[in-house]
Ligand binder design. Sequence first.
Ligand SMILES: Nc1nc2c(ncn2[C@@H]2O[C@H](COP(=O)(O)OP(=O)(O)OP(=O)(O)O)[C@@H](O)[C@H]2O)c(=O)[nH]1
Ligand SMILES: [Mg+2]
Length: 319
Amino acid sequence: MRGTGADLGACLRGRDLTAAPATLNLVESRTPAARAEVAALLREVSPAALGGEAPAHVVGVTGPPGAGKSTLLGELVRTWRADGRTVAALAVDPSSRRSGGALLADRARIPYDPDDAGVFIRSTAAGGRLGGLAPATRSAAQALAAAFDIVVVETVGVGQSETEIAEVADTVAVVVQPGSGDVLQFLKSGIMEIPDVLVVTKADLGQVAVSARRDLHAALRSLGARDTAVVAVSSLAPPQGIDGLLDAIDAHREASDVGARRLRARRLHALADFTAEHGARGLRALGGRRAAERWLEEQDAGLDVPALERALVEHAGVA
Ligand SMILES: Nc1nc2c(ncn2[C@@H]2O[C@H](COP(=O)(O)OP(=O)(O)OP(=O)(O)O)[C@@H](O)[C@H]2O)c(=O)[nH]1
Ligand SMILES: [Mg+2]
């Protein structure tokens, strides 16, 4: 029956992109029955079922409000499509609230061609959490990575929020708008982890963008991260720097250990689901977050997310 988790997973494994909307509906529903279906879905798209890691490049795009993330994503989507790559874009919306299943506000605003069957775009409410991921986004990204060539996730935030997106993405691009010093300060003070790629938007503004890029370069050099790409782009017509950004994103993935990153993503996904279900009490039963992460690192690398979550429940004794 089409619509069950196992069936959707099988469709995605066959790279059937039309399964994307139903997949998002499933991972966003919070009923106990849906939880079991999501577990079945995740098993169907696990490395064991796929015979390896999911083929997509999972790209995170994050940065302060208004930095130009969605406009940039519109350009990235267009360029990926022109290159023949299929794209799923998941925007995590910190402001919208769900009401009867309908989004009241939608800050995704990613421009795209609605007649193009190779693009899927969905905005998910963060459920009152500022920055970071919506709970459904980890499952959505993992499932859609089996079917699409690119899965791109947009989150809003600065400072620590990029650590959560680094848990789901193979490559994280942090977007900075010229003239705003936050990211520079957070980088220098070590509050923020070094991103895989730094993007200065609104390059059409001229000198201020050039200075922003130079300052970020200097900060990265002083942190010993001289290999981190800093790319300046303009998303307004005529777009500039988009191809260079795509090259930097592709180069990062080429140079990185995707298998190790995905393994960590699955473990932290299981921990996030466990915490959503069992709360602070559950985490305490695991000896705290750090201890839980260390324990997960010792588990069999072949376990999928539902199996890891079951193992956590058993380990905590909270079932
Ligand atoms: N000059 C200039 N303005 C831009 C550029 N890209 C985006 N903008 C403008 O910046 C504003 C914010 O753009 P968005 O793409 O919505 O920014 P965002 O980071 O997705 O914003 P949130 O999702 O609300 O955090 C809009 O008014 C855009 O038109 C650019 O390359 N140059
Ligand atoms: Mg946006």
